[in-house]
Ligand binder design. Structure first.
Ligand SMILES: Nc1ncnc2c1ncn2[C@@H]1O[C@H](COP(=O)(O)OP(=O)(O)OP(=O)(O)O)[C@@H](O)[C@H]1O
Length: 372
């Protein structure tokens, strides 16, 4: 899969941009705040219909403008496709996603059209922060290859919101309809089982690939492992077990005001040489582990979808030593890649097929291809 053209209108500090990237490695360099990350964000917007760094889309609309548009033309094994994502803050239906100029009805219809993986400085949080970042990582990865998973996530969230509303109401009033609560729990259990089974399967694959990738990038024999830690330990009858857990935890949940068991509380345990990374790992080890997770995600997406995902690397090179940088470039050379950095000398330009300079003047960004 490759992006043949990226077009932006009023997206962040881009008034208008048309860019035809190289199918290999593209390097974008420019001063801090010039608009490099905004480009990667725009690509991500066309992949998952949302920004990788903000939850409120209003931020992507250029200041004092009424809408933002990010559009990509892609080539995959099925041929050419165009994906447009428009955001109009003042319209009733604020976001419109069009595939080949036809508006899609559901977000799930865009999943997998443009598969991309982004690695940005915030991704160190995959190792350092709490479980929600790791669950998000799994959810974004699996949603790109499995529509049933994406749908199960939405159904589970809706069911949980209804259950949470009911238990809060119970807490406030001291009374509630138990058979209705039980019905909500049953509707949550089925998508929850889909989520748990699929996460287990993917993490099993991920752990082996990430261990090897870590060793290649770091040139060490340190053993990096990922294990899915779920509130359901059993391999079978997950649905029934979850219904039982929801029931058994009702009293506690009513007291706390939220649902305390289920896949929304699960985690990925990350270890290096059997030590929990969060407590023991150095900065360099954390960076290498997070990168290995993202590169393994690329491989899994490729193996399961049959398409090469597009790789977006935001500002990673300057933090890696020379050897790790070279290994990283070796790992990514088969993918269409967008790398951003402040100093073009951070990347060995022999390995880069197109070099682009990003400049901003009077708050407006522009991109120019320069001689490699
Ligand atoms: N909605 C918006 N409208 C106009 N300009 C915006 C908007 N959102 C962000 N910007 C501008 O975009 C610039 C930041 O762009 P970006 O995050 O892509 O920088 P960068 O080149 O990646 O920088 P760094 O090297 O520091 O990471 C800032 O100058 C900011 O003011």
């Amino acid at each position: 899969m490759q992006i043949e053209e990226l077009k932006l209108k009023n997206f962040r500090n881009y008034r208008e941009l048309t860019l035809c990237p190289h199918p290999g490695v593209n390097l974008f360099f420019g001063r801090n705040g010039s608009g490099k990350t905004n480009l990667l964000e725009a690509i991500h917007y066309c992949s998952l219909g949302r920004s990788h760094r903000v939850t409120n889309d209003i931020n992507v609309v250029k200041n004092n403008e009424s809408f933002a548009l990010s559009s990509v033309s892609i080539l995959n094994s099925l041929g050419h496709r165009k994906i447009d994502v428009r955001f109009h803050p003042d319209e009733v239906q604020k976001k419109a996603i069009l595939i080949d100029d036809k508006k899609i009805a559901r977000f799930s219809d865009m999943m997998g059209c443009l598969c991309c993986v982004i690695f940005s400085p915030e991704d160190l949080g995959l190792i350092k922060e709490g479980p929600s970042q790791r669950r998000r990582y799994l959810d974004m990865m699996i949603s790109q290859i499995s529509r049933p998973y994406f749908v199960a996530l939405q159904q589970y969230r809706t069911g949980m919101e209804q259950r949470n509303a009911m238990i809060r109401n119970y807490r406030a009033t001291g009374t509630g309809n138990m058979s209705l609560l039980s019905a909500f729990e049953e509707t949550m259990a089925s998508p929850a089982a889909v989520i748990i089974k699929e996460r287990r399967r993917i993490v099993g694959m991920l752990s082996d690939i990430a261990r090897d990738t870590y060793q290649r990038i770091s040139d060490t024999d340190e053993v990096f492992r990922l294990v899915y830690h779920s509130s359901v330990k059993e391999e079978t009858n997950i649905e029934e077990i979850l219904c039982r857990l929801f029931r058994e935890n009702r009293e506690d949940d009513i007291r706390m005001g939220f649902t305390s068991v289920g896949p929304h509380r699960d985690d990925l345990i990350l270890t290096l040489n059997k030590n929990q990374m969060k407590q023991f790992a150095s900065q360099g080890q954390i960076r290498t582990a997070a990168l290995s997770m993202k590169l393994s995600q690329m491989k899994i997406l490729k193996d399961l979808s049959g398409e090469d995902p597009v790789l977006l690397l935001d500002d990673v090179m300057s933090e890696l030593d020379r050897k790790r940088r070279a290994s990283l470039i070796g790992e990514i050379s088969s993918y269409q890649t967008f790398i951003t950095c402040a100093d073009r000398n951070d990347v060995d330009c022999d390995k880069v097929q197109a070099v682009w300079q990003v400049r901003a003047s009077d708050g407006e960004a522009s991109v120019e291809q320069i001689q490699n």
